[in-house]
Design a protein around this ligand. Structure first.
Ligand code: BG6
Length: 509
């Protein structure tokens, strides 16, 4: 894992080849991220970006796409004085992913660009393509000799999610990639791992002596992981109809958050060590199958409602969604990590679209104090401590503690000690893709998904998918858009005498 000093060595010149360069991800995330890295002087002195896609663009047109993306989505505004320097490193080759001659042309252009810039064969292939196109891309790269770097240089591949749609298809994709690239050159992106607040989970846990002694089943009652989105499915129904919330958010982002929260202290920050320890959590995740799924998993879909003051349609009325769709847009799960540290501690997970606001957090709910002294009266129970890590927005953390309300009587009231990134540190945090792209250039895989973790996550999720399939789960509860999900999810957690946390801080971003 990179620490502050890691980028002090000059980085070897390289080219980033973006497959699917005409897509949204490139314009909104990848090009703005590269631009910000260039502004910070973090890219190698010589670098090139080569877009590769079917759309009929040329270098100039692709530079216009880049400019538009930076103007609209960059963390920092476009600096006219510095733009030309960045822009001159951007190129485009038009071609179909299955056309061998397009790869020959790609190779020809890469060689020309690299010769001019003194880049000696270091290449990163970013596959921003649907899962069904991955095999073709890697095979063609192989056939064109592009996956075999000259001695002393590297050929790395970045694979975007979704990696498959169940365990079997994920294994197939991983096999296809492994047939061409060594695992150490494969970078499977989960953009949550690039978020500043997600990286700081390990720092919080292992740079403070006060948390770790309490971080276990003796002191923790339960954990709640919420990733809530205000947006509906938007323009992505084509993909989302086949995915649903479980595949889209739980298999990757949420299980990664759970791993970082639950993992044992790694003995080094080496990528393999960190990833081994995360794998340790996935290995202990209690499988959810059959009857357990009915008891511990709730799926639902948003109906019409109101968000942000506007009337919004239900999911089935969204553009390109089947009117009889049973795709879930919400899922809540009661999960367990069956190891010594977490035995009996529920991890409640929930995620959904069209919830009241965008808010993601990990909340550690500590056990209540004994029912004596201030907690003796059940009618005036003292609320347990809560440590809430706000992933986004209003990034920061809050520790809820009980205190005496000023006055003649002893009245206990919870108060919050709050830390807010925005007001404590100057400057904006880098975007997740900035950090992740830089790590690929550096060759640090700590924040990327290893093959075994992807497959272990899919194995767990596939158990749930199969139970849904077997139970013929055609009916699914509905929640009104703009509400916190279905009553079934409330019942699930309330059956255990607990409640979902109210996430009601006003949005500031
Ligand atoms: C993506 C999902 O991986 O993450 C989207 O496919 C989701 O459906 C998005 O909206 C959420 O990312 P973020 O960074 O906005 O929380």
């Amino acid at each position: 894992m990179n620490t502050v000093d890691d980028h002090s060595q000059p980085l070897a010149p390289c080219t980033i080849v973006i497959f699917g360069a005409a897509g949204d991800l490139t314009r909104r995330k990848l090009l703005p991220a590269l631009y910000n890295l260039a502004l910070d002087g973090l890219l190698p002195e010589s670098f090139a970006v080569m877009g590769f896609a079917r759309r009929d663009l040329d270098d100039d047109a692709f530079r216009t796409v880049a400019r538009d993306g930076v103007e609209k989505y960059s963390r920092r505004p476009l600096d006219e004085a510095r733009w030309p320097d960045f822009e001159r490193n951007i190129f485009y080759t038009r071609g179909s992913f299955d056309d061998a001659s397009a790869y020959a042309e790609l190779e020809r252009r890469l060689e020309a660009v690299e010769r001019e810039r003194g880049i000696r064969g270091n290449r990163i292939f970013y596959l921003s393509v649907p899962p069904s196109a991955i095999e073709t891309c890697v095979q063609q790269l192989d056939a064109a000799g592009l996956a075999d770097p000259p001695p002393g240089s590297y050929a790395r591949v970045i694979v975007e999610k979704p990696i498959g749609r169940d365990l079997e298809s994920a294994r197939r994709i991983n096999d296809q990639v492994a047939a061409v690239f060594d695992e150490e050159d494969v970078f499977r992106i989960d953009h949550y791992l690039g978020k500043e607040t997600v990286q700081s989970i390990l720092v919080l846990r292992f740079s403070n002596s006060i948390f770790e002694p309490l971080w276990n089943q003796k002191y923790i009652d339960h954990v709640q992981i919420t990733v809530s989105e205000e947006e509906g499915v938007g323009t992505r129904a084509g993909y989302y109809e086949e995915a649903g919330a479980l595949r889209d958010m739980v298999q990757n982002h949420i299980l990664q958050l759970l791993c970082l929260t639950a993992m044992e202290p790694p003995w080094s920050l080496d990528a393999e060590v960190v990833r081994d320890h995360k794998m340790g959590v996935l290995n202990c995740l209690r499988p959810l199958r059959g009857e357990d799924v009915a008891l511990h998993v709730v799926r639902a879909q948003y109906g019409p409602g109101r968000t942000g003051g506007d009337e919004v349609p239900g999911y089935r009325r969204e553009d390109r969604v089947r009117p009889e769709s049973t795709t879930e847009t919400y899922v809540a799960i009661q999960a367990y990590v069956d190891n010594w540290r977490w035995s009996g501690v529920p991890f409640y997970i929930r995620t959904g679209k069209r919830l009241p606001r965008r808010a993601s957090e990990i909340a550690i709910q500590f056990k209540d104090v004994p029912p004596i002294l201030f907690n003796a009266d059940p009618k005036r129970a003292v609320q347990g401590n809560v440590l809430a890590l706000r992933i986004q927005p209003n990034e920061g953390l809050t520790l809820q503690v009980a205190t005496k309300k000023p006055g003649p009587r002893v009245v206990i009231s919870p108060v919050e000690m709050d830390f807010d990134y925005g007001s404590s540190f100057e400057g904006q945090s880098p975007e997740a893709y900035e950090r992740l792209l830089l790590d690929v250039v550096v060759g640090d895989a700590s924040l990327f998904m290893r093959r075994d973790a992807v497959e272990a996550s899919w194995e767990w999720v596939t158990g749930i998918l199969e139970a849904w399939q077997e139970s013929g789960a055609r009916w699914l509860p509905e929640y009104a858009a703009g509400t916190w999900g279905p009553v079934e999810a409330d019942k699930m957690i309330e059956a255990e005498g607990r409640r979902w946390r109210a996430l009601c801080e006003p949005e500031s971003d």
